[in-house]
Structure formats: C-alpha cells, structure tokens
Design a protein around this ligand. Structure first.
Ligand code: RM4
Ligand code: MN
Ligand code: MN
Length: 429
C-alpha cells in the first residue's frame, strides 16, 4: 500500500501536538468518569465509526449558474481515488468511496478495485444515474427514467441499474443507491398515480437482479429537478415502494431532501421502526438540497439524528446496518478540506450520541420529566468530544489536526502542477 501523504509529515505533525492532546484527553476522561463514562470505551466506539465519501464530492461542485474549478482538482476516477485516499489517510474515518455511474466508468473494474485497495480504500454503495442523458444514449430521460411514459426509456433505465449492480459486484459493493429525478413541472403533465405504478414496475425489475446479499437503497427527494411533483418525493413514498419491492429494498435519507424544518430525526425513528432504514447521505441545508457541509448549518439536528441511531442500535429490527455516506457539493472550498471537516462533524455527533445517559433519558421520559429528558440530550451535546476523535485518529495513524496536516502537505498545489485543468461550465453537484 502506498498512501499519498508522507508518513513522516504526519508523524512530525502529531509529535508537535501529542502532549497537548494527552492533556485534553485526560481532562475530558476525568470529567466523563464523574458521570460514570469510561472515555476509552467512547474512543473505541469512535475508532470503529466510518463514513463513505462520494467520488463526485472530490471535484468542485457548482450551481446551475456556474462552477469555479480550482487548480489541481481531480478530473477522473483515478485522481478522485487519490484525493479520497488523502482524506482517509488523515482522518482514518473514510475508508470507502461511493462511485457514481456512468461518471466513474472505466474499462477494467478489477484493476480499479486493486488501485483503490493499494490506496487503502474500498468501495461503498454504487449510485446509478438516470437523471442525465449521456452522449450517444438511445432514449432521452427528458420524460423521466424508471417512471417514464416511454417503455423503451424505462427499459434503458432498468438496464443501467442492473449494469451498476454488475459493476458494483466487481468493486466489492453491496448496495445500489437509486435516486431518480423523475417528476413533473406542470399540474396535469403526468398522471400522479400511474407514474408511481410505472416506477414500481421498473424498480421491481432492478430489484429482481439484486444478488442475495445486496440491498437496494431508495433515495427520496422532495423536488429538483422536477418542481411540481416528484415520483419518490418523500419518506412515505419511499417506504411504501421499499415495502412493495421486498426485504432487500430499504430507504436512504439524504438530509437535504426534505422541506425546511422537517423533523428528520423522527423520520429516522419511523423508518427504523419498520425495518426500512438503509442509509444516509450526509450534508446540511438551509433552504433545499443545498448540499452544504455536514453540520455547518444545523449541527444539533445532526446530533439528534445520531441520537435516534443510537436508540435504533440498542433496539435493532431486521438487523441494524445503515450505510453512512457524505453527499455534498463543494462549491467554494477545497473538496478535500470540506470532506475532512465534514467527516469530523459527523463523527463528533456519533460520539456525542454515545455520551447520552440513556438510562436517565428513558427514566425522565417515563416520568414525563420533560426538562430532565431534554437535559440528558443537552448534556451530551455540549461536551467537546474532539480530543476523543483526535486520539482515535492518531492511534490509527491519522493526523491530530486534519486540516493543518493537509495544508502542510501542500497536496493541492503539488497536484496543480501534475493534473490537467478542469473545464468551466455549470456543475450539477
Ligand atoms: C441528488 C441526490 C443523489 C446524488 C445526485 C448527484 O440530488 O442527492 O444522491 O447522487 O444528487
Ligand atoms: Mn443524495
Ligand atoms: Mn441531493
């Protein structure tokens, strides 16, 4: 294995900060011990946590107005893997990459899997793309994909999803994430009931092609690109579709795919209650599917989501194995920096959820002691868990301060010398 950042650089970086970290870790350990919590147990839990990064997140995103590329940005899956390896090497929390097809198409997937492994990476869920036409494609997705009124278009969308499964098998993936942009912009444009029928029929063909140990993750989204109606617009449509498809179909919650202020943590609890919680796309949002960095707008909501996940883990139904993935668009930052910072924000909420005194919480809930129930959450939320994460990272070979180590490596400016420039234009993610 050849990791991209020099081990000496990380060792030197850590050597300068280790003493302060030990002090902070011990102080926090004493504080937690007073509440009966062993810090090493929380650290072990943090060390076991990981979140996948999206291949497309390694490039600069954009809006439909513009994209502003940066020098040294990756332009193909090989360069993207290299950047993802940097993120994992420093954070030790992102060992898998979620690829998107056909964006990440190559001729030899066995070789791609080996290339990833040589960088310390594996592959997570494969994502199909039937929301864009590709050059030379026989049928346009302008009428929708799995729910299109055109039978040949639906068949093409089914075939593409099945191809994604086949690619995923070669890459070692076990999940197919299906998000369709299908919907309408005008009342009356399509029959709202029949479009769902067509989706269900086509999705069942994809489902039938799933290997036994695979899952199909259905991702709902309220609007965009369709602005009047969307076929799988909400968790209700998603869970109904997943229930109709069968046990291997689960729901994936992209945090940005809801109306503003929707209680997402409650959706998480509901999906889990019915054994249909399949995974997450982490990001943050202010207005819509903004794809902002995780925890940058509403870190408390992220914590509450993890609090429900901790409850779910303690009460598993149909197995508890949600797949965690970042899905962000980095329009104004270096994507590596955004993913380092986001992975940390996500891991922090995971660790904080583990600090909740569940006995106290449940007792307060039973006694209808509203304030103490709330305080059980508040006490955990306000604890700064960064020394726990930094210690877990350092012990795993990562960097104590991921962003400072990344900047010290001068990775981006070095890549700017080697990589070809990205073209201008609008970016969809
Ligand atoms: C969608 C959705 C999908 C992602 C695409 C690029 O809004 O979040 O998960 O694959 O964007
Ligand atoms: Mn998503
Ligand atoms: Mn999205």
């Amino acid at each position: 294995m050849t990791l991209p950042i020099s081990a000496d650089l990380i060792a030197e970086h850590n050597a300068q900060r280790a003493e302060a970290l030990h002090e902070d870790y011990e102080a926090l350990g004493r504080k937690l011990a007073r509440s009966g919590i062993a810090i090493d147990g929380i650290k072990a839990r943090a060390a076991g946590f990981s979140v996948a990064v999206p291949s497309w997140g390694a490039g600069r995103g954009g809006t439909r107005f513009a994209k502003f590329p940066i020098p040294g940005e990756p332009t193909n899956i090989h360069e993207k893997l290299e950047d993802c390896a940097v993120i994992n090497q420093l954070s030790r929390a992102t060992p898998r990459v979620s690829p998107h097809f056909p964006w990440d198409k190559v001729s030899d997937y066995k070789a791609l899997r080996e290339e990833a492994a040589s960088l310390g990476l594996g592959f997570d869920a494969v994502n199909s793309n039937t929301f864009q036409d590709q050059p030379g494609q026989a049928h346009s997705y302008s009428t929708g994909s799995l729910s299109s009124t055109v039978a040949a278009t639906r068949a093409q969308a089914v075939a593409h999803n099945i191809e994604c499964i086949e690619i995923g098998q070669q890459l070692g993936s076990r999940d197919l994430t299906v998000w369709v942009g299908d919907g309408t912009n005008f009342p009356g444009q399509q029959d709202l009931a029949r479009s769902l029928d067509r989706y269900l029929e086509a999705a069942a063909e994809v489902y039938a092609a799933l290997p036994d140990d695979w899952r199909m993750l259905l991702e709902h989204k309220m609007f965009e690109p369709a602005f009047y109606s969307t076929v799988i617009s909400d968790w209700g449509s998603s869970i109904l579709a997943a229930q109709e498809l069968g046990p291997k179909a689960k729901c994936l919650v992209d945090l940005g795919h809801h109306a503003p202020n929707v209680n997402i943590e409650q959706i998480v609890a509901r999906l889990h209650r019915f054994g249909k919680l399949g995974g997450f796309h982490f990001n943050d949002s202010k207005y819509g599917d903004d794809d902002l960095d995780s925890g940058s707008i509403n870190p408390h909501q992220l914590f509450l989501v993890f609090n429900e996940l901790a409850e779910a883990e303690a009460n598993p139904r149909d197995g508890f194995n949600p797949s965690y993935m970042i899905d962000q668009s980095h329009n104004v930052t270096d994507p590596i920096e955004s993913m380092l910072s986001s992975a940390e924000a996500i891991a922090q909420c995971h660790a904080k959820a583990a600090l909740v005194d569940r006995q106290a919480l449940h007792a307060a809930q039973e006694a209808n002691d509203t304030m103490m129930a709330f305080q059980a959450l508040r006490r955990a939320y306000t604890i700064d868990v960064s020394p726990i994460l930094a210690m877990a990272r350092m012990e795993a070979g990562g960097a104590i301060d991921v962003l400072e180590a990344y900047r010290a490596s001068q990775w981006r400016s070095r890549k700017a010398q080697e990589r070809k420039a990205v073209g201008l234009g609008a970016g969809i993610v």
